[in-house]
Design a protein around this ligand. Sequence first.
Ligand SMILES: NC(=O)c1ccc[n+]([C@@H]2O[C@H](COP(=O)([O-])OP(=O)(O)OC[C@H]3O[C@@H](n4cnc5c(N)ncnc54)[C@H](OP(=O)(O)O)[C@@H]3O)[C@@H](O)[C@H]2O)c1
Length: 314
Amino acid sequence: MKKVIYETYGDADVLKVADFMVNEPADGELLVKVMAAGINPVDYKIRNGSLKFIYRAKLPRTPGGEISGIVEKTGSKQSKFKPGDKVYSMLPISIGGYSEYITVNEDLIGLMPENISFNEAAGIPLAGLTALQALRDKGNIGKDMKVLVNGGSGGVGMFAIQIAKAFDAEVTAVCSEKNISFVKGFGADQVIDYEKEDFTRLNNKYDIVFDAVAKSSFDKCKSILKKEKSAFITTVPTPPLMLRQIINPLVNRKTFAILTKPQSKDLDFLTGLIQKEKLKTSIEKVYSMEEAAQAHRHIETGRVKGKLVIEIKQ
Ligand SMILES: NC(=O)c1ccc[n+]([C@@H]2O[C@H](COP(=O)([O-])OP(=O)(O)OC[C@H]3O[C@@H](n4cnc5c(N)ncnc54)[C@H](OP(=O)(O)O)[C@@H]3O)[C@@H](O)[C@H]2O)c1
């Protein structure tokens, strides 16, 4: 089988397609024929070595933290799944999704919603679980809360807007002018164009500020957080924020850095929203495995609208 690998850290040119043996699934695992793999910023951050201080990847490594596919074989007879099931998953950091086949623990797998394609499903788990776990588990989101999503046009941001709306919150999304109609299409009640207005200087007060693109900071957002029971949540931890998290039990304006956990029960929650048509995705471009370097150069621009996906031609 083919998979994308890199044997040294470096720029996107280190990515290449190579042949490997297909592994047998161990007890509790599934062998999944991958139909598509989602692309996320973490894929290039690990590849270029900028995350070496927190995660030293074993080389050669295959990138890719989320997939959709078809169960080929189950490792145990009592599996919840059967060959032929259409599934999707956020993968643990040790497994790379840009691959024709993967073996993965079945606790990390969810049945794919029937109303979306493999390409759409592949780009949902990682960014979707990030948005869900940030807003629900850190922000305690609820009805009528005022939520601001910075970076509403990115992978995480587009899901965050819709998840916040599904919890009946009032959502303000921040994006550039070219993406205003895009974020409105996901249900944002208000939109702030970051090229024209600095959202941190407005008089509005929010229960949750979710900095999905990690371009702001708690210090800048403090004045727009409500004085009681509010939360600033970011996707990229910084040392000052990690320190401030320690005093959360003592303060009203709490700070959180999210570290997304792959888990099928949360994936099932997203599936429910997708089936009720409360959550949808948008794919800017589909690449092949041979175009993985191009795909990485694209995500590295930081300008992707929605998601990028690698379609695995089986
Ligand atoms: N900690 C975790 O577990 C975890 C999990 C998932 C993701 N992350 C991190 O979360 C971040 C976002 O991920 P993602 O997948 O959403 O990224 P992404 O899809 O690559 O984000 C691209 C989007 O960001 C927007 N953007 C760029 N600069 C902006 C700014 N200054 N203000 C507002 N929007 C801006 C761009 O729109 P314009 O072109 O209009 O600027 C574009 O639509 C990444 O750093 C990723 O590594 C962390």
